[in-house]
Design a protein around this ligand. Structure first.
Ligand code: C5P
Length: 397
């Protein structure tokens, strides 16, 4: 049973759509509402969508029920609270159970997913932030609210995520922990190669694909080290961030950790060249020197390919012509187990995009074209293909 908790915020209207998505996925859904939620959406809306009365009353018991909040909690596969207001978040963090929803929360042992949604000032208040941090340590999975136009008229952080996004988050939260005990190193983002103290050469990588992989791995139970060039992204929960800047720093960080790894996924866009010598002082605009001398960076993945023993190596390729042929050649030359080929010619794929379209090629040269999908979903698809190449999970890990 999917238990959906609705609290009293305007985003409650979006939860009707979320419930519909679950029902369409053939899930049995039971809605629990706070009294405040019923001011925004009628319980009848949820009753109609799920075929079950939406429950609000802690002290009412229907035939067949024994102790309502305990029965609900024990039948739940997941408890999704969307929207989660500051008030409910505060009560949950403090262990207060003064309505059906909060009582069910305390009794629940299933994964709990929260979609906080409120005015930005409220969301950023230290009390709310502290409560959310506390709920995370209690094991709640919190979906970061989006930024954008809010119902109160201002624009800011606190906007409810779209129902499809919440549904996808829930799907991945319920995934089997099939990477438990495995140690994985992921590289992500661009590298920066300094020209002088203020300038550098870099590329358009945003790190989205690598971070999505790190997040998916952590959710599936892996121990994850994320060696990342500069990005604007927060470190995924459960991953250890190792920030680096240059290709040579990435090289050192990766080699240091390689021996202890079961799997390395190299999603970083490593600069192939660096300026031969970075100027110690800022280069002046005097026109004296206009040519830039470059030097080859170490190919980290190729070196891992030479050194590897039991490790599984996965690389990325970004080609603009004869893509599959070049990717197969790269897989052989770098001694990889799998290569993920980005199709740069398709709109919505590659750098900076939230979606991606790739082809996965294995050691036997077999190529599988995947459809366009979110980088989050793609991360799981890639991990599904890698999993059979690895040893069984280590239960103690
Ligand atoms: O050879 P190319 O750069 O196209 O190969 C891409 C793959 O190799 C990516 O997985 C990338 O992270 C990795 N790579 C690396 N070190 C480099 C260049 C690329 O590890 N210097």
């Amino acid at each position: 049973m999917y238990l959906v908790g609705v609290t009293g915020g305007i985003a409650a209207y979006k939860t009707a759509e979320l419930v519909r998505l679950f029902v369409r996925e053939k899930k049995e859904v039971q809605v629990v509402m706070t009294p405040g939620a019923a001011h925004f959406v009628s319980p009848l809306t949820f009753h109609t969508l799920t075929g079950r009365p939406a429950l609000l009353d802690q002290f009412q018991v229907s035939p067949g029920e024994r102790v309502r909040h305990i029965d609900l909690a024990s039948s739940a596969r997941v408890f999704v609270i969307a929207p989660a207001t500051a008030n409910t978040i505060g009560k949950m963090a403090a262990g207060i159970a003064d309505n059906l929803l909060t009582a069910v929360y305390l009794a629940a042992r299933c994964p709990v997913v929260l979609a906080p949604s409120m005015n930005e000032q409220m969301y950023l208040h230290p009390a709310v932030q502290e409560n959310l941090a506390r709920l995370r340590t209690h094991g709640c999975l919190v979906i970061d609210p989006a930024e954008g136009e809010q119902a109160c008229g201002i624009s800011g952080k606190g906007r409810a995520p779209e129902p499809a996004q919440i549904a996808e988050f829930v799907r991945s939260a319920l995934r089997e922990k099939d990477y438990r005990g495995l140690r994985v190193l992921v590289t992500a983002g661009p590298t920066r190669e300094p020209l002088d103290p203020v300038r550098f050469i870099s590329n358009r990588s945003t790190g989205l694909m690598g971070y999505a992989l790190a997040r998916a791995l952590a959710r599936r139970g892996a121990g994850v080290a994320l060696v990342s060039g500069p990005t604007a992204l927060p470190c995924p929960d459960g991953a250890e961030l190792v920030p680096v800047e240059t290709a040579r720093q990435m090289h050192a960080a990766v080699l240091e950790r390689f021996a202890g790894c079961d799997l390395v996924i190299k999603a970083a866009a490593v600069a192939d060249y660096r300026p031969s010598a970075a100027a110690e002082q800022k280069i002046k605009k005097d026109g004296a020197k206009t040519a830039l001398e470059l030097q080859l960076n170490p190919d980290i993945l190729e070196e891992l390919g030479r050194r590897k023993s039991e490790q599984i190596l996965v690389g990325f390729a970004m080609e603009t012509e004869r893509a599959k042929e070049h990717a197969r050649e790269k897989l052989r030359r770098k001694n990889l187990d799998l290569i993920v080929l980005n199709d740069l010619t398709v709109p919505g794929a590659g750098f900076g995009s939230l979606t991606n379209q790739v082809c996965i090629i294995d050691r036997k040269g077999r190529a599988e074209d995947l459809p366009m999908m979110s980088k989050e979903s793609l991360a799981h698809q890639i991990l599904d293909r890698i999993r059979p190449l690895l040893p069984p999970s280590r239960p103690g890990g």
